[in-house]
Design a protein. Structure first.
Length: 515
């Protein structure tokens, strides 16, 4: 497109695309300073169509699964992979060089979250997708959902300066509600870094700013500024792509290729925080099939793609900084239909994977004894509980921001998605110091202070934040000789706290971090 025509079109529309970068004329700063806060990365796999949770994680010990609900498309028990007593995994999820999802579960790096959903589940693909991506529960069917939870999250943390690397990336050629902020799309969309780079080079390059204060000059100069930013990101992405590499073998399937690209960009040093990849085909009303059928084939593609992705990151010593999760707009009905398929349902299964994940099964099997009025599965976990934990534990977001983004706070699921190894690095009590605080970091603000006294002593303990504000609490003022463990707490806000401990023998200041 010629530059002049681009500007003409820009004057007629609220938004347009520069190459594959969505641009909104009202937005001042499209990218977040979040990219500079830590190295943690989130990869989201969107399963378009509504994944059948019942044939993904199968309650095969319940005879009703075969006799009443899935007589035709049920997965034979002797083909399933057993996770625990009564709970089995679709055999397609064992595909991959390292046994796919099953292998990750066996390593303790895959969370199987059963019965994920939300109140009054919508069975519309479009509406339910919007609810998942926006993390907003509409008050009525006409309420517009026009911002995504990660769009709001990124926008909330915007700084005045554009970060060196794009914060969010959609692998593909379209935008997603997930990354929509109040002023537009906060992500770049990339299919091929070389093509992205070539498009970026030609965008408004060489134009000069207009000096007058007219509205046209302001808008035109803004477009010029965005074009420079767009050109910059096209170069940054290509540089990371050229510098990166893939060590593991990937299939040529679409999802595998997308995760291969993500791994290569991470390997090349791109500091993008959030990646979105996708796979469609899960609207299995007809010919879903059982073992080896269409649905199982889709699960196999995911298993092999994630298997290669994690192996690639691990081989390059990058796997500890990446977690992934699957999302799908809803599940399927318990009872198969007359077309060898399954219809739109409510609660389903969700996966989270990575070195930092506390790999286990969360929740109980989808229960035939607890169907709702629509004879559908009842959800056990609100999906926003997972989002809440990702923000607070993985991206270290403070309570106030999380509450604002999700319009409330949501409890972590069971004992939490993140492993003690990653989140509570010092969970095991050390013994080589007379004064030790553990676990440190602490996920919930509670910690223990271990003191080894050679003789009875008066003690004084002061816990404060880094601004010096004291956190008041009770503790004994005098302790006998010996080893003592005192339960204490830091403040409610994530960050660093100082624990000043004074006894007749010594004084020491310990640092405790709340995640």
């Amino acid at each position: 497109m010629q530059r002049r025509k681009l500007l003409q079109y820009a004057g007629l529309a609220a938004g347009f695309s520069l190459g594959k970068i969505p641009v909104w004329a009202s937005a001042k700063n499209q990218f977040s300073a979040l990219a500079e806060e830590n190295d943690n990365i989130l990869v989201i796999i969107q399963m378009f169509g509504g994944n059948d949770g019942l044939n993904t994680i199968v309650p095969a010990d319940d005879d009703r699964y075969y006799s009443k609900y899935r007589p035709t498309i049920g997965i034979p028990k002797n083909r399933l992979s057993k996770l625990r007593e009564g709970t089995y995994m679709n055999p397609a999820l064992k595909l991959g060089t390292n046994n796919g999802f099953f292998g990750l579960f066996d390593e303790g790096k895959l969370a199987v979250i059963q019965g994920v959903g939300y109140p009054n589940n919508s069975l519309s693909h479009f509406r339910s997708t919007d609810i998942w991506l926006s993390a907003t529960m509409p008050v009525n069917d006409s309420q517009r959902l026009d911002t995504g939870w990660l769009g709001r999250f990124t926008e909330k943390l915007n700084g005045d300066n554009l970060p060196e690397h794009p914060t969010c990336m959609n692998i593909g050629n379209s935008s997603s509600l997930l990354f929509q902020g109040t002023k537009g799309d906060l992500a770049i969309a990339v299919e091929n870094p070389n093509d992205f780079y070539e498009r970026g080079k030609d965008i408004l390059s060489g134009d000069n700013s207009m000096s007058d204060n007219s509205y046209f000059a302001s808008e035109r100069n803004y477009l010029l500024d965005v074009s420079i930013q767009s050109n910059k990101y096209s170069g940054v992405v290509k540089k990371a792509f050229d510098a990166g590499k893939n060590v593991a073998k990937f299939d040529t399937e679409k999802l595998s290729a997308e995760l291969q690209l993500v791994s290569r960009l991470i390997s090349g040093g791109l500091k993008t925080k959030i990646y979105l990849v996708s796979i469609d085909g899960f609207d299995t009303h007809a010919n879903q099939g059982g073992d080896g059928g269409k649905h199982s084939e889709l699960l196999g593609k995911i298993s092999k793609a994630v298997d290669s992705f994690m192996a690639d990151l691990k081989a390059q010593k990058l796997s500890d900084k990446v977690v992934g999760m699957t999302v799908s707009e809803f599940g399927r009905r318990p009872e198969e239909n007359a077309s060898n398929g399954s219809d739109h349902g409510a609660a389903s299964v969700m996966f989270a994977f990575g070195d930092a994940i506390n790999g286990k099964i969360y929740g109980q099997n989808l229960s035939f004894d607890k169907l709702n009025a629509n004879k559908d599965f009842v959800y056990q976990f609100d999906y926003r509980r997972i989002y809440d934990e990702l923000m607070t534990k993985w991206f270290k977001t403070n309570d106030a921001t999380t509450k604002e983004i999700l319009a409330g706070r949501f409890d972590i699921i069971e004992n939490g998605l993140f492993s003690a190894k990653q989140v509570l690095a010092n969970q095991i009590e050390p013994t080589n110091s007379p004064m030790v605080a553990f676990p440190n970091p602490t996920a919930d603000g509670l910690f223990n202070l271990k003191i080894n006294l050679e003789k009875p002593s008066e003690i004084d303990i002061q816990v404060s934040d880094i601004q010096g504000i004291m956190i008041l609490q009770k503790y004994p003022s005098r302790l006998p000789a010996g080893v003592h463990t005192l339960p204490l707490r830091v403040g409610d806000v994530p960050g660093m706290y100082l624990v000043n401990v004074r006894s007749s023998e010594r004084q020491e200041v310990l640092k405790v971090v709340r995640l």
